[in-house]
Design a protein around this ligand. Structure first.
Ligand SMILES: Cc1cc2nc3c(=O)[nH]c(=O)nc-3n(C[C@H](O)[C@H](O)[C@H](O)COP(=O)(O)OP(=O)(O)OC[C@H]3O[C@@H](n4cnc5c(N)ncnc54)[C@H](O)[C@@H]3O)c2cc1C
Length: 476
């Protein structure tokens, strides 16, 4: 049920088995599952039912490094979180995304894809997509993968009835977590502030931060700073190894006789095989072809071929006229290398609640550039050798230039900062998502990913929340 927290005074204490902060895909999935499994759940959401400027302003922050989105636009601070404007693109991580890449020691998870597999069907049901992910070898080094689009599910709308009617779930809106009070190796209580109201406390057996891929780090850093370095063991890792999925246009492509089912809704997604990726010494990259048959890029590519390889150009031109070849744009969202210097830090300014604003340090590395350019080159070479089509790489790739700054520079995916690790010196949460060194504080969301693959993160976020829910239910 929704609870009007504006009626609470400063002495008020809410008690629960599990207190979850944040109602996006991570927090809402957890709240729904745990309240259905018999736990008394308190869900604290900073935003209102709909978008409010005063709430969104609390997400303002600074970016240091490469051009990145305005932080107050890169996520939504309201009921249902950023799912209120996600695109719904879903695919699971690859099995090798969980393994440490031989050339990049900071990659790899302490768990494997098999640990998340039992939750894939339920996660697909939640985001309302079929669970029929498969891949086929398209050329010796390139595999074609399956992508699905959620309607997209808005997590606030989807679970509104449950939030209104469940006797096991209490939901406080417009109430922000402002402090976590540690004592004796556990969180004793949390302090929250209701918009235009009081600052009151929560006591719970377990607390879970599901504040999104930037705020999880911010609140932990703030807690550590304001409680005499309570997170002593892993303090130096909090906020670090923050990642995105960088984005760029890679090539104009002609696919020879794509055939029925090649494109789904005008899109086909590829990735290198694990072997090709490791041989090239690069990370994982999604190679997304978007149909654009009559675009300028396609015409220019055929015109180029008419000069460079007249016989092939003429054949393709004839086939193009009969709609047997298809023009497309090749773009990529790819895996970013985990780099220690890319991090969430506390800035010099404070927000209206008195918490230091975020300073996000984000730069794309040479590894990031190579992952995109090498993936594109291997794709282009393979389809030419197999006579499946032709690709004309973008000028920045042909000239080995830096990744160009364009309107879209990354996927709006906030990964890392509270990474999962077996050892406190390498990460912030353990394999059960519990913060190292604190008995009852857990974290949900993509901030726990130690490496990000190329898959859009929300399906994996939901799988992790289902797994965390099963773990917490077992402890109850
Ligand atoms: C434009 C856009 C398009 C996207 N498209 C896709 C896509 O196609 N596929 C995909 O997989 N992902 C996509 N994403 C990413 C996706 O939205 C996120 O992965 C997902 O929403 C993360 O879920 P979350 O619950 O961890 O965080 P969020 O959804 O950000 O939820 C965090 C919640 O915490 C609340 N909160 C924050 N601070 C506090 C506080 N102090 N106290 C209490 N509550 C607080 C917020 O109000 C919010 O409700 C997209 C994102 C954007 C911005």
């Amino acid at each position: 049920m929704f609870v009007d927290a504006r009626t609470f005074n400063d002495d008020h204490v809410e008690r629960a088995d599990v207190c979850i902060f944040g109602s996006g895909p991570a927090g809402m999935t957890l709240a729904y599952e745990l309240s259905n499994s018999g736990s008394r759940v308190l869900l604290i959401e900073a935003g209102a039912l709909s978008y409010e400027g005063w709430s969104q302003d609390l997400y303002k922050g600074d970016v240091v490094g490469d051009t990145y989105y305005d932080l107050s636009e890169a996520r939504l601070r309201m009921f249902g979180g950023t799912s209120n404007h996600w695109g719904g693109r879903c695919l699971p991580l690859d099995a090798h995304d969980f393994e440490a890449h031989p050339d990049f020691p900071q990659t790899g998870w302490p768990i494997s894809r098999d640990d998340l597999m039992p939750y894939l069907q339920a996660a697909c049901d939640i985001v309302e997509i079929p669970n029929d992910f498969s891949e086929t070898l398209y050329s010796p080094s390139v595999r074609k993968t399956t992508v699905h689009y959620s309607p997209p599910v808005r997590f606030g709308d989807k679970y509104m009835d449950h939030c209104e009617t469940s006797q096991m779930l209490r939901v406080c809106l417009e109430t922000a977590l402002t402090d976590l009070v540690p004592e004796g190796g556990a969180i004793k209580s949390a302090r929250v502030k209701t918009q235009g109201g009081s600052s009151w406390r929560v006591e719970a057996t377990n607390f879970v931060l599901c504040l999104g891929g930037i705020e999880n780090s911010r609140i932990l850093l703030w807690m550590d700073a304001s409680h005499n370095h309570a997170l002593d063991g892993n303090r130096d890792v909090i906020g670090r190894y923050w990642m995105e999925h960088p984005f760029a246009n890679l090539a104009d492509v002609i696919i020879d006789t794509p055939g029925d089912g090649f494109f789904a809704d005008g899109e086909a997604t590829f990735a290198l095989t694990r072997e090709a990726q490791y041989a090239a010494g690069i990370l994982n990259a999604g190679l997304q072809l978007t149909e654009d048959s009559y675009g300028e890029g396609t015409k220019a590519l055929i015109a180029d071929l008419m000069c460079a390889a007249p016989a092939l150009g003429e054949r393709l031109m004839r086939a193009y006229g009969k709609e047997l070849v298809c023009g497309a744009r090749l773009q990529s969202h790819w895996e970013q290398a985990p780099v220690r210097q890319n991090r969430v830090r506390l800035g010099q300014n404070r927000d209206a609640l008195g918490i230091p604003t975020v300073e996000l340090h984000w730069r794309r590395s040479e590894t990031d550039r190579r992952t995109a350019t090498q993936s594109a080159r291997i794709f282009a070479k393979d389809i030419a050798q197999k006579d499946l089509g032709r690709a004309r790489l973008m000028q920045w790739i042909r000239k080995d230039a830096p990744i160009p700054d364009q309107g879209m520079m990354a996927g709006w995916h906030h990964i890392g900062g509270t990474r999962m690790s077996d050892s406190p010196s390498d990460g912030v949460v353990d394999r059960n998502l519990k913060v190292h060194g604190l008995d009852n504080l857990y974290i949900g969301g993509s901030s726990v990913f130690p490496s990000g693959g190329y898959a859009n993160p929300t399906l994996t976020i939901v799988q992790l929340s289902l797994r965390l829910s099963a773990h917490l239910a077992e402890l109850m």
